[in-house]
Design a protein around this ligand. Structure first.
Ligand SMILES: *[C@@H]1O[C@H](CO)[C@@H](O)[C@H](O)[C@H]1NC(C)=O
Ligand SMILES: *[C@@H]1O[C@H](CO)[C@@H](O)[C@H](O)[C@H]1NC(C)=O
Ligand SMILES: *[C@@H]1O[C@H](CO)[C@@H](O)[C@H](O)[C@H]1NC(C)=O
Length: 239
C-alpha cells in the first residue's frame, strides 16, 4: 500500500467518522431541545342519549367521551369524541307505516306508534244489532239464539217454522222473535208432543140445542126430525 492510498483511506475514515459524529450530535441536540410527542387521551363513553323519536324512520341517539389529556408537543388527537346511531326505527308494533317520528296506523289501531287497539264496540255498539266483540285491530258482531247474522252486523229472526217444517212434528208451528211455539190446532188439546181431539160433546160445552156429534177437531149440532139447524149452528128451529 502506497502513501497515497494510505492518505486516501485516512481521509475517508475521517469523513465517515465525521458524518457519524455529526449525526449523533444532531440527535442529541434535538432530544435536548424538543419535548416528547404525546397524543391526547380520552375517557370512557357516556351512556347513549334517549332516542329522539319513539318510532318512525328518523330516530337517532348519540354517546360521547371527553378528552382527559390534551395532545402535547405536536401530538394529535385521532379519536372520535361523539358517535350517532339510529334507534327506535319502524317500531309501529306491526300495525302501521313509519313516518319520521311517529306512525301512520292501520285501521283499528291508534297511538303515536300504533300501540293501542281501537275498541270499535265503544261507539254505537259497533253497529251490531245484538252483541259486539272487540278484537285486536277489529271487532265482530254476534246474535242471540234464534237469529242469523246478516252483513256482519244485523240480526235477522230465523223463521224456524219455515226453515224446518218438521220442527213441531205434527203440531202447529208459530214463529216468534228468536224462537217458535208448537201448539195444537183449534179443536185439539196438547199432551206432550201430541194433540188429541177435544170431545166438545162430552159435557155439551159448546151448547148444542139438541144433539151433538163430535168430529176430528170440531163438532156438529144436530136437530131432531121436524127441526132444522139455525144459522147460528146451535139452535134448532121447527120446520
Ligand atoms: C399519535 O397518533 C398518530 C395518528 O393516529 C399515530 O400515528 C401515532 O403513532 C400516535 N403517537 C403516539 C405517541 O401514540
Ligand atoms: C240462518 O242460517 C242458517 C245456517 O247458516 C241457514 O240454514 C238459514 O237458512 C238461515 N235463515 C235465515 C232466515 O236467514
Ligand atoms: C167441559 O169439560 C171441559 C174439559 O174437558 C171443561 O174445561 C169445561 O169447563 C167443561 N164445561 C162444562 C160446561 O162443564
Amino acid at each position: 500500500m502506497g502513501p497515497r492510498k494510505l492518505v486516501m483511506l485516512l481521509v475517508m475514515a475521517v469523513i465517515i467518522c465525521g458524518i457519524h459524529n455529526a449525526d449523533g450530535w444532531r440527535r442529541r441536540r434535538r432530544r435536548r431541545r424538543s419535548c416528547p410527542v404525546i397524543n391526547c387521551t380520552v375517557g370512557g363513553w357516556s351512556t347513549w342519549t334517549p332516542c329522539s323519536a319513539p318510532c318512525g324512520n328518523a330516530g337517532t341517539q348519540s354517546r360521547s367521551r371527553p378528552i382527559t389529556m390534551q395532545a402535547q408537543c405536536g401530538g394529535s388527537c385521532p379519536h372520535a369524541l361523539q358517535v350517532n346511531r339510529p334507534c327506535n326505527r319502524d317500531g309501529c308494533n306491526g300495525h302501521g307505516t313509519p313516518l319520521s317520528t311517529s306512525c301512520q296506523c292501520n285501521p283499528g289501531w291508534t297511538g303515536t306508534c300504533c300501540q293501542n287497539d281501537i275498541n270499535e264496540c265503544a261507539a254505537n255498539n259497533g253497529e251490531c244489532t245484538h252483541t259486539c266483540h272487540n278484537t285486536a285491530g277489529s271487532y265482530t258482531c254476534s246474535c242471540n239464539p234464534g237469529y242469523n247474522l246478516s252483513n256482519g252486523k244485523s240480526c235477522i229472526d230465523i223463521d224456524e217454522c219455515l226453515d224446518n217444517s218438521n220442527v213441531c212434528g205434527t203440531l202447529q208451528c208459530s214463529n216468534t222473535p228468536g224462537s217458535y211455539i208448537c201448539s195444537c190446532h183449534v179443536g185439539y188439546i196438547q199432551d206432550g208432543n201430541s194433540c188429541y181431539d177435544i170431545d166438545e160433546c162430552y159435557n155439551n160445552s159448546h151448547g148444542c140445542a139438541q144433539m151433538c156429534e163430535n168430529t176430528e177437531g170440531s163438532y156438529n149440532c144436530i136437530c131432531s126430525t121436524g127441526y132444522q139447524l139455525a144459522v147460528d149452528g146451535h139452535s134448532c128451529t121447527e120446520i
